[in-house]
Design a protein around this ligand. Structure first.
Ligand code: GDP
Length: 436
């Protein structure tokens, strides 16, 4: 399938609501996990005393990001629906879910919020004293710009597929979701049983459930989501991920994902932050040559006319008339992860933004954001501890190519790291450009 049909789907929800079971089921039903893999995973999971995490193991094994160890751990798995190449952003089997979830959320085009329908469990997911991850996750994904939500009301088998239970959850959670800023028309409610395979990729086989539920199954609901806007009409942005020097042919190739715009063979591009003009000699997409590539495509590109020294991961190929902004000072909205040392003004961190990595210093803590409402709380805290959310300003040792998250997600997502650990994740809310 073409990349224009890719849909990044985050699966979020309270611990034990059934996210891993659901993801695994979908992958299996849609032919992404073989029987053999399933059995292998099942055996391993049992040996570790985690029988119910069979599917979680399957997901975990394909976690490419973890291997790279650069960004956060997000299990990456995908399947194809009629309309989309669906990439699942999940954090299976891990209980420290929020940090992983948030990384998924910044990449998500839409989300499935899984809730446990069983008596007492739904209520636990909604309560405020630290365990209410249903609420927490809903707020976080909304604050990262996700607008489309499918609420999968799971474990319906445990409540005898009762319509009243489904309705009552819908009423309670619905008013909360609206208060987070989700539009009624952008929420789809589906009763499912991930374990019992009800309403996942086909209409329910359970006679009682199908007697009252007339909506789509989960897979069809995914197809009904609005396609994500790929910024094809915007100026070219291609952050360089890797650089290979093809000595024998005397030119250099770079690889990366086209995040916005288009690139064409023979055309000129501007390499930032160095400001050199290069000419595209060849483009490769999915290992075969092509004449042009557009937003969403992963490509390898060979260039000439630029000094090798300036071709580095973190550089960005741009439309010559519309350079990406370059900045040494940024305002970020961050969520602090579990950290031992609080973040203070003056804290030295390493800022990761697309493929750039730069030493940085926290120079201002502008305000704290209320966990419940996401609103700015009065006064600026002097230190930031685990789980706090805040607006901060950072100064970078050297300039990086960056854009505000609202303009280009891929160039506006940031991670703060220190001593080999990710200490905060966030988005760029303001860029103080060096040159305009
Ligand atoms: P996660 O923490 O959200 O990933 O949840 P898991 O997928 O690990 O599931 C938590 C527990 O709920 C496991 O014991 C699953 O077997 C169980 N579970 C998941 N889905 C269903 C379901 O539809 N019905 C029932 N009865 N149990 C389920």
């Amino acid at each position: 399938p073409g990349n224009q049909n890719q849909l990044n789907l985050a699966i979020v929800g309270h611990v034990d609501s059934g996210k891993s079971t659901l993801s695994g089921r979908l992958l299996h039903l849609l032919g992404r996990i073989s029987k053999k893999e399933m059995h292998k995973n099942e055996k391993e999971a049992k040996e570790k005393g985690k029988g119910s995490f069979t599917y979680a193991w399957a997901l975990d094994e394909s976690s490419e990001e973890r291997e790279r160890g650069i960004t956060m751990t997000v299990g990456i798995a995908y399947f194809n629906s009629k309309k989309y190449h669906v990439v699942l952003l999940d954090s299976p089997g891990h209980k420290d879910f929020v940090p992983n979830m948030i990384s998924g959320a910044t990449q998500a085009d839409a989300a499935v919020l899984v809730v446990d329908a069983s008596m007492g469990s739904f209520e636990a997911g909604m309560n405020g004293n630290g365990f209410g991850q249903t609420k927490e996750h809903a707020q976080l994904i909304r604050s990262f710009g996700v607008e489309q939500l499918i609420v999968a009301i799971n474990k319906m088998d445990l409540v005898d597929y009762k319509e009243e239970r489904f309705d009552s959850i819908k009423v309670k959670l619905g008013s909360f979701l609206r208060s987070c800023g989700f539009k009624e028309s952008c929420i789809t409610w589906i009763p499912i049983s991930a374990m019992g395979n009800q309403n996942l990729v086909t209409a329910p086989s359970d006679a009682y459930l199908s007697s009252w539920y007339r909506g789509s199954c989960l897979l069809d609901a995914i197809d009904l989501l609005q396609p994500p806007l790929r910024d094809v009409s915007k100026p070219l942005r291609l952050p360089i991920c890797d650089v290979t020097k093809l000595h024998t042919l005397g030119f250099i190739a770079v690889s990366g994902k086209v995040e916005a715009g288009v690139v064409q063979n023979g055309s000129q591009v501007l390499l930032m932050p160095s400001g050199e003009i290069a000419t595209i000699r060849s483009i490769e997409r999915n290992s075969s040559p092509c004449n042009a590539a557009s937003a969403g495509d992963n490509v390898g590109i060979s260039l000439h006319g630029v000094d090798q020294i300036h071709l580095i991961p973190g550089g960005v190929l741009c439309h010559p008339d519309y350079p990406v902004s370059v900045a040494r000072r940024l305002e970020l909205k961050i969520l602090v992860l579990d950290i031992k040392m609080p973040i203070i003004i003056g804290s030295q961190v390493e800022l990761h933004i697309h493929h750039a990595k730069e030493a940085a210093r926290v120079v201002k803590i502008i305000s704290e954001l209320d966990q419940k409402t996401g609103k700015v709380s009065k006064g600026a805290p002097r230190v930031l501890k685990s789980k706090q959310s805040a607006i901060v300003e950072v100064n970078l040792e050297r300039p990086v190519c960056v854009e505000e998250f609202s303009r280009c997600k891929a160039l506006g997502r940031a991670f703060l790291r220190s001593a080999g650990n990710t200490i905060a994740v966030g988005i760029v809310t303001r860029v103080f450009p060096l040159y305009i």
